[in-house]
Design a binder for this molecule. Sequence first.
Ligand code: SF4
Length: 360
Amino acid sequence: RSQYPEQRERDGDFDMRGLLHRDGSVLLHVTRDELRSPAALYTALGCKTAVGFPFKDIATVDSIVLDAPPTADDADARLTLRRLQTAGVGVLAPAAALGAAPIDGAVAIYDLAAIGAAGGALPALPAGALRAAVRVDGSEDDELLLSLARLDAAMIILDVATPLSRVHASRRVFEMLARSKCAAPVILAGTFETPSAEELTIAVGMQLGSLLVDGLGDGVLVSAPRAARTAELRPLSFALLQGSRMRNTKTEFVSCPSCGRTLFDLQTVTAEIAARTGHLPGVAIAVMGCIVNGPGEMADADFGYVGGAPGKIDLYVGKDVVKRAIPMEQACEELVQLIKDNGRWVEKEPAEAEAVAVAA
Ligand code: SF4
């Protein structure tokens, strides 16, 4: 089991336990330009806000990675950064970049190859930095990978270099980590050059999800310069963790593949139900096309929406049918009522009313 960062005395006000989430972490790259537009950035990172200040929510990015940290004279970007840190969002940046633009409370990223070339020990942290992270690209030899266990790293960032196969190279790295009993959490990182969001979803699922479902990896750091911005990468990353049975941040939906027996338009109805009930983390809803096989295929869903007859829906709580032959046009609201009756409903939060920002 991974050893997550713990708080140390010299950490002061910086909460280093928030760098990662035990159920699975989401990290995202953030640019200096994004830091200069704080309201948009807080929303993109999934923060709640009040009077201009960000707060962590259930699906807020755990840590951000700055390839180019703002310099000391970039006051606006620095203020945004400080507010994110106060909210508990971790900040990582390459050690060399932090040397030029120090950030208090940051995590300095070192390349394993450079550590190996310099004798195998972590260098002294840059001014202000509190932890080290080590980037591994899968091309390192076994001996170097085995040395990771001796380094005091808050996390390992596994970013497989092309043209290596991400899945195969990653499995080799995990094998070495297991052999050396290295307990540092591993973040699966990748830059995907897919041209569309759909292709990105497939690529990320195949290349990162296939590792996560096997218990390999503690989080993700995805970038996709051609297909998605920060605001789109965050839900994709959380969906990846949820689909890998790691971290639930929204309702879980199970639906049958549909067949000749399907009694309604499965895609349309599932989308309608998802729009109404998609904000209930920890709740699983099955949408099944017929009662012939539907109830038996609902897995362990908490609630079931099952085609009972043409134009009629049966609703289930667990494996028990509790409402029969509801007209389709009422069935979604009846399902909502059923969720409420069983104490599993919470109201959607209204969009945060953003008050006037208070100067720091
Ligand atoms: S649940 Fe019914 S409609 Fe859905 S795939 Fe199975 S048999 Fe077909």
